[in-house]
Design a protein around this ligand. Structure first.
Ligand SMILES: Cc1cc2nc3c(=O)[nH]c(=O)nc-3n(C[C@H](O)[C@H](O)[C@H](O)COP(=O)(O)OP(=O)(O)OC[C@H]3O[C@@H](n4cnc5c(N)ncnc54)[C@H](O)[C@@H]3O)c2cc1C
Length: 229
């Protein structure tokens, strides 16, 4: 079986999104364009100080473009090696990776869609939404809902979905309605500020003929998702 090609990515920029979470921007060395489809992930390799080689998967959090760049949304895991190694990388540092892999991607026909994520599970959806919303031919005027489960307001990454503007609605578990309004995001008061929002989504989905997509910690997304019922 042919081995997967290994790429070298170097860190261009690292931005803190919260105490434990970072947005990392990389560039693939020696490539003019890094081709992938929104929703795919990369496999990163690093040798630990004791010689063990670790491989971990990370979803691409940026949309595909005409350049060799891609971004990750990374959570530091306590006592985890790779997540902390990546979060500690400095601009210019290099790491080996393979991919892209995965078929968790948008499939035609495009329909009104609810994306449900928790934590860094936002990564594939950030990529998809940025890709969709940059071009009318891509989003075709469909409605997209991003429902992001977050225990605390400080854990709302990419606060900013303002940039995604009116087409994306977000709902959070607690205390987030005001923050979203401040960020200029269109929100649905039905969901905001309520930990019972899963029931409300379920009632909304009673009338729903679109697509649902889940990303994030399994226990959290399943607990909150009407799709799994
Ligand atoms: C397809 C795919 C895409 C992924 N995309 C992302 C992504 O975009 N961003 C991201 O941050 N992670 C993502 N992950 C998770 C990532 O691959 C690693 O599992 C994670 O970073 C932990 O790796 P580590 O080496 O730091 O810790 P490990 O050494 O693997 O784990 C250390 C300890 O922490 C526990 N642990 C592992 N993960 C978590 C967690 N999330 N919360 C609590 N405890 C945990 C382990 O069970 C273990 O006990 C993805 C995983 C998959 C399979």
């Amino acid at each position: 079986m042919a081995a997967f090609e290994t790429h070298i990515a170097h860190l261009v920029r690292s931005v803190s999104l919260s105490e434990l979470t970072k947005h990392l921007e990389f560039e693939m060395l020696g490539m003019r364009r890094f081709g992938f489809v929104s929703g795919q992930w990369l496999s990163f390799k690093q040798v630990k100080p004791d010689g063990e080689e670790l491989t971990r998967a990370y979803s691409i959090a940026s949309p595909p473009g005409e350049d060799p760049r891609f971004a990750l949304c990374l959570n530091r895991v306590q006592d985890g090696f790779m997540s902390n190694f990546l979060c500690d990388m400095q601009a210019g540092d290099e790491i080996h990776c393979q991919g892209p892999f995965g078929d968790f991607i948008l499939r035609p026909p495009l329909r009104d869609t609810i994306f449900i994520a928790t934590g860094t599970g936002i990564s594939p959806f950030r990529s998809m939404l940025h890709w969709l919303l940059t071009d009318q031919l891509r989003h075709q005027g469909k409605q997209f809902w991003l429902v992001l489960g977050s225990r605390y307001e400080r854990d709302i990454y990419y606060h900013v979905a303002a940039a995604w503007s009116g087409k994306v609605c977000a709902a959070m578990c607690r205390n987030t309605f005001r923050a979203l309004r401040k960020a200029g995001l269109t929100c649905t008061p039905t969901f905001a500020g309520s930990i019972k929002w899963s029931k409300r989504i379920a009632s909304c989905l009673g009338r729903w003929a679109g697509t649902g997509s889940l990303s994030g910690m399994r226990s959290m997304t399943e607990a909150q998702s009407p799709f799994s019922r």
